[in-house]
Design a protein around this ligand. Structure first.
Ligand code: PLP
Length: 374
């Protein structure tokens, strides 16, 4: 089965991991800081904290944003459930705002109607790698005292008005799962410009441990002494995986180029296929696409999904609106809450897109799809 996404692992990636395995550090060693510094070159210099997954990154970001029980977090339903689940786990009420019908990104107008004094964070999702409308979202967050969060699991390497993803929100989260543009197997990161949010992120990742005597309550206890002031978790990304991430970041420029080529080929090859809408792009963004999401019209999405899979082409659907998961249903969220997200979901199909996809493989995807719809 041709997958919809997969990792690209080179011999140099393998060698980078093997080198760490032969050395002294498996967990927190020199590759962690090097990976975080290299990642910060992609976020326009905004400091980054590596963690064990994109989900951990969201959890850390909400902690850094100060999300607590009773707060509200406004976000898009057209995302992987983790964007909302991590806020709910902190006791926040998740408020879903509808998406723009064409990009599938959070609609600032919908957000404007839902921001209240209880809104602690607004989380945009750069759906498929296309950055959300950050200037408009920023203009809503700042007067409300809400923290702007970007779930950039899809959009590492993308730019919005010539500013890189990672520098657009107060907190930006990345995922390095194998289907994403850059992988560390499991892994993620949080970018935070504000020093206090950065400090909270670093601390939460490492059990909440306070090691600097200047900040301890009982600093004279002895050299071994460390204190926990607020609970944290172990979300540390190991050295072995940071070495893989470092090697992968060295290839991100080429990954982005190849993905753009493939997107341009899909755009050209699918233009005249009937029964299909192709993904749009705003004039002011330069997306590094994670997904190529087409819309299958006339109620044929399920049929096309089944027939593509039967032909050995691993298409995917991204996403079931998060509030349609039964866990949200049990909390009282109902179908119809965000009609545009539901319409998007009903038609959406993600075609294979990854750096090592060949032109011949892509031609087969196009021919199979055109054969079904033609
Ligand atoms: C993949 C993904 C996540 C979760 O990342 P993991 O690394 O799989 O935990 C969160 N949000 C979005 C939009 C994603 O695509």
């Amino acid at each position: 089965m041709l997958p919809y996404g997969r990792q690209s692992i080179s011999e140099s990636d393998v060698e980078a991991v093997a080198e760490v395995l032969r050395g002294d550090w498996l967990t927190t060693g020199p590759a962690v800081g090097r990976f975080e510094e290299e990642l910060a070159r992609w976020t326009g210099g905004v400091p980054c904290v590596s963690v064990t997954s994109g989900t951990a990154a969201l959890h850390v970001a909400y902690v850094a944003a100060g999300v607590r029980t009773g707060d509200e977090v406004v976000t898009s339903p057209l995302t992987f459930v983790a964007t909302a689940a991590t806020a709910a786990l902190l006791g926040a009420r998740v408020v879903f705002a509808d998406v723009q019908p064409d990009t599938g990104n959070l609609d600032p107008e919908a957000v404007a109607a839902l921001v209240t004094p209880r809104t602690r964070a607004v989380t945009a999702v750069d759906y498929a790698g296309h950055p959300a409308d950050y200037d408009e979202l920023r203009a809503l967050c700042d007067p409300a005292g809400a923290v702007l969060v970007a779930d950039a699991a899809h959009s590492i390497g993308s730019a919005y008005k010539d500013r890189p993803v990672g520098s657009l929100a107060d907190l930006t989260t990345f995922s390095f799962f194998p289907t994403k543009t850059v992988t560390t197997a499991e892994g993620g990161a949080v970018a935070a410009a504000d020093p206090e949010m950065l400090r909270r992120a670093l601390r939460f990742r490492n059990h909440g441990l306070v090691r600097d005597p200047a900040e301890q309550r009982e600093p004279d206890t002895g050299g071994w002494h460390q204190e926990v002031h607020e609970f944290g978790l172990n979300y540390r990304l190991p050295d072995v995986l940071c070495a893989l991430g470092l090697a992968q970041l060295g290839r991100l420029g080429r990954f982005r180029e190849r993905r753009s080529e493939l997107v341009a080929r899909y755009d050209a090859l699918l233009r005249d296929v009937p029964g299909l809408t192709l993904p749009v792009q705003r004039a002011y963004v330069r997306p590094s696409r994670h997904l190529y999401p087409v819309r299958i019209l006339a109620g044929r999405r399920r049929e096309v999904y089944d027939r593509m899979r039967a032909a050995g082409i691993g298409v995917q659907v991204n996403y079931l609106p998060a509030y349609l998961h039964p866990v949200f249903g049990d909390l009282g969220y109902r179908r119809g809450l965000c009609p545009r997200a539901e319409e998007f979901y009903a038609e959406e199909l993600s075609l294979p897109l990854f750096a090592d996809l060949t032109d011949a493989q892509q031609d087969r995807v196009v021919d199979t799809l055109a054969g079904i719809l033609g």
